[in-house]
Design a protein around this ligand. Structure first.
Ligand SMILES: C[S@@+](CC[C@H](N)C(=O)[O-])C[C@H]1O[C@@H](n2cnc3c(N)ncnc32)[C@H](O)[C@@H]1O
Length: 254
């Protein structure tokens, strides 16, 4: 599953017994050889769907890891591209791997997505593969953070995929992964929050609307359709609407 350059089982076990931040620090040098890094086919499909929504001047890759989405942003933003992540190890790898020649300027910021140090600084925010690290109760705070990082009219875009059905082995794999994580988190500190199935896409869309976004879904044709005709992959495009930010209670802000 991970290939010869990926982490060993022992390394994965040590990482999974750490905090999320420390776990990614340890995994960083081998992260691009794991299935956790967003595949190029997803990045390419998203780039194709996002580009016509531009032009964009300044873009942010939220929970950028080793910079998979940052590289995408460099193709659609004219002035600056920023990757933000709380793992210093992941940012170190990103800094070495993502170096576009010329414009846009690329920068890296170490920060928690639940407390972003940006105000109305971007026209476009993207995020890949990170929502499983947030608990449902953290969603309102996360959406509020993204909203205030965007300029009015700015877009928050990310892909969502139809979950596998019970007839598919992936359904049971994800179910088993989440169950193992729940046991691990009940027995061990610090917790490692990563649940594939806890955060329902519908709940995320609802929270985006409550936070002051107009949300639309666009099919990503590259991933085909299910038997019922619905797209397997979609791009969520949440546009920041004008007006004051809705109130978020301190508990929801994380
Ligand atoms: C599965 S990796 C995805 C990395 C990259 N976006 C990709 O698609 O390849 C998740 C990333 O989210 C980061 N992350 C998780 N929780 C975070 C938080 N609260 N604030 C900032 N970064 C966070 C981790 O450090 C890690 O780099």
């Amino acid at each position: 599953m991970f290939g010869p350059q990926g982490p060993t089982l022992r390394e994965l076990a040590v990482q999974a017994l750490s905090s999320v931040e420390r776990g990614y620090d340890l995994l960083a040098p081998k992260f691009d050889h794991t299935p956790f890094r967003t595949p190029d086919e997803v990045l390419d499909a998203v780039a194709k769907a996002v580009e016509p929504l531009g032009p964009f001047a300044d873009g942010l890759d939220l929970c950028c890891g080793t910079g998979a989405g940052t590289r995408l942003l460099a193709g659609v933003c004219r002035r600056t591209v920023t990757g933000v992540d709380f793992s210093a190890g992941m940012l170190d790898v990103a800094r070495r791997r993502v170096r576009p020649a010329g414009a846009p300027r690329v920068g890296w910021v170490r920060a928690d997505a639940r407390a972003l140090p940006f105000r109305e600084a971007f026209d476009l925010v993207v995020s890949f593969g990170a929502f499983g690290h947030f608990l449902p109760r953290e969603l309102p705070g996360l959406c509020a953070q993204v909203r205030s990082a965007l300029r009015p009219g700015g877009r928050f875009a990310f892909p969502v995929f139809a979950p596998p059905r019970p007839a598919h082995p992936a359904f049971w794999l994800l179910l088993g992964f989440d169950a193992a994580m729940r046991v691990r988190n009940a027995l061990w500190r610090p917790p490692f929050v990563m649940y594939y199935r806890a955060l329902r896409p519908g709940a995320l869309l609802h929270e985006l609307e409550r936070a002051g976004f107009a949300v639309e879904l666009r099919a990503l044709p590259e991933f085909g359709r299910r038997a019922d005709g619905s797209p397997r992959g979609r791009l969520v495009v949440a546009r920041r609407t004008d007006g004051p930010a809705p109130e978020v209670s301190p508990r929801q802000a994380g």
